[in-house]
Design a protein around this ligand. Structure first.
Ligand SMILES: Cc1cc2nc3c(=O)[nH]c(=O)nc-3n(C[C@H](O)[C@H](O)[C@H](O)COP(=O)(O)OP(=O)(O)OC[C@H]3O[C@@H](n4cnc5c(N)ncnc54)[C@H](O)[C@@H]3O)c2cc1C
Length: 490
């Protein structure tokens, strides 16, 4: 009898766990090795003094029919605990409060109210987003890694999709009206920064159009915190006979004749496998490959390097939120200044209906701002006191930005925990605390899951289509197909 092939997945983020679950379902033996004590990585929820804080991601899309999380629910027979969020968030910029409504009609009313000159832009964006979603919902293996994927890609094209051709090289800013409110571009930039990791003059128009459409695609709050997605996937894997082993940080991949044969962990565990999935950034994977002959990652230098996050986890009285406010709020303090570094923040407040998140009468708030990783690392390595001072300064900046929408935040909070790129590296093992994948600047420089080894693939937000729990789920579905195609070539 033929031995069941063994897949080893390094990392229990959403991408790794989803790949593991799909392969387990397809008859593979599956072992997931996770460095941390719980799953989820950047989309994990951690427990501290009675609060459950979302570490990074707080909102998720892709649960409506046809969406990636919906497809996983169908494939595995499980249900993620979601709650509706509408508006998805409110952006406060230059004295305006722009509501990101789910309904198209309400959204267009919002645009007419705030930016009437941009109606034509939003209609174009809507059309391009529809084309981009059409492509992504149809098994669109981009950039193709095998002959089979190239054929699938060609078949995925329909005449209607030819409409995307003139936009392959355009940027979102190319579509903006020349005469416009001074707030329109900063508003768009702030939306693109959180969904495409870059601003309108750099974001590819097809990717950017889909990213700007997210609130219309029905984003959800996950009960218990966003970590419930990974928790449920890990439990499903264990119930179905797969293994998820925590506190096992993979430190080395063993290779022989251009093939990976096994892994070693920091706890002395040595495991042999047939196929390997790295739920890591390329830099994270590179550290594990000791084979001097490999060309892995030689193209990485041409890619934009990305962002880190400065975060605050705040335990506060529920009364800090006033009745008419949404639970996800974006604040741009000064629209004339560059975004990130505390000038733009995203606040997520746990809803009172979800009593699992905080002690009675309290709420768990996660706040994040984009930050350049380099000053943090320079100070952390060379001047620990200055690093601590910078942490305090950023805490103050973010609290001041929060006061724009939550004026009592300082007096009504009893717990404030800051997180820097150094913290992110420690808890998610992402080298240098780089999060959110690469900025989506050009469709021609994105990375696919291939690694140069024919039994090792990357999955996660460094691989196209990039960041978010929905995008890494699309990537996971693709990698599961690649493993099956390698085992059963047609
Ligand atoms: C501040 C912030 C806000 C965000 N907001 C949103 C949002 O609202 N909505 C959204 O959809 N997305 C959001 N994102 C993006 C989203 O969180 C990520 O794109 C997604 O969760 C990444 O998943 P991943 O599969 O790449 O794995 P990761 O999250 O990178 O997880 C990888 C896992 O692998 C483990 N690991 C790493 N190295 C090893 C090793 N050597 N051995 C064993 N285990 C290892 C890590 O501990 C981790 O658990 C946000 C991200 C951040 C940082």
């Amino acid at each position: 009898m033929k031995k069941t092939p063994h897949v080893i997945v390094i990392g229990a983020g959403v991408g790794g766990l989803t790949t593991a679950a799909l392969l387990l379902k397809s008859g593979f033996q599956v072992t997931v090795l996770e460095a941390h004590t719980y799953p989820g990585g950047s989309a994990g929820t951690f427990y501290h003094q009675g609060y459950r804080f979302d570490a990074g991601a707080t909102l998720a899309g892709g649960f409506t029919p046809g969406g990636p999380h919906f497809q996983i629910e169908e494939a595995l027979g499980l249900k993620f605990p979601t709650m509706n969020v509408d508006p998805a968030w409110i952006t406060y910029i230059g004295g305006e409060a722009i509501h990101q409504w789910h309904s198209r009609q309400q959204w267009f009313e919002e645009i007419i109210h705030h930016f009437p000159e941009s109606l034509k832009f939003w209609k174009k964006q809507e059309k391009l987003a529809a084309l981009a979603w059409q492509l992504s919902s149809r098994n669109f293996p981009y950039p193709p890694q095998t002959l089979q994927e190239s054929l699938t890609l060609v078949r995925a094209f329909r005449p209607a999709l030819l409409g995307t051709a003139p936009y392959l090289f355009s940027k979102i800013a190319d579509l903006l009206p020349k005469k416009r409110s001074h707030l329109l571009k900063p508003f768009l930039d702030s939306q693109l920064l959180i969904s495409a990791q870059t601003t309108s003059e750099h974001t590819n128009v097809l990717y950017g159009s889909a990213a700007l459409d997210l609130p219309r695609r029905d984003v959800k709050y996950i009960e218990g915190g966003i970590g419930s997605i990974s928790k449920l996937l890990a439990e499903w894997i264990q119930q179905q006979g797969g293994e998820v082993r925590y506190r096992q940080q993979v430190t080395q991949l063993i290779s022989k004749n251009g093939k990976i044969t096994g892994v070693m962990t920091n706890k002395g565990l040595s495991l042999q496998g047939d196929y390997f999935i790295a739920n890591l950034t390329p830099a994270g994977l590179k550290k594990l490959i000791t084979d001097p002959k490999t060309q892995f990652d030689s193209k990485q230098n041409n890619r934009a390097s990305g962002w880190g996050a400065f975060t605050l986890y705040v335990g506060a009285d529920q009364t800090v939120i006033h009745n008419n406010i949404a639970s996800h709020l974006q604040v741009i303090v000064d629209p004339e200044k560059p975004l990130g570094e505390g000038n733009s923040i995203f606040i997520s407040i746990s809803p009172a209906e979800d009593s699992n998140r905080a002690p009675a009468g309290k709420t768990a708030i996660s706040v994040s701002t984009h930050t350049n990783i380099h000053p943090w690392w320079t100070l952390a390595n060379q001047d620990p006191d200055a690093y601590e001072a910078r942490k305090k300064e950023y805490t103050e900046r973010v609290l001041s930005a929060m006061e724009v929408v939550l004026p009592d935040i300082r007096t009504k909070s009893s717990l404030i925990l800051p997180g820097t790129p150094v913290t992110f590296q420690f808890y998610t093992r992402r080298p240098n605390g780089l999060v959110g994948g690469s900025p989506q600047e050009s469709l021609f420089s994105v990375r696919g899951p291939g690694t140069g080894f024919n039994n090792l693939w990357l999955v996660g937000d460094s691989v196209f289509p990039g960041q978010s729990t929905a995008a890494v789920t699309i990537g996971a579905q693709r990698v599961a197909r690649l493993v099956k195609q390698t085992r059963f070539p047609s």
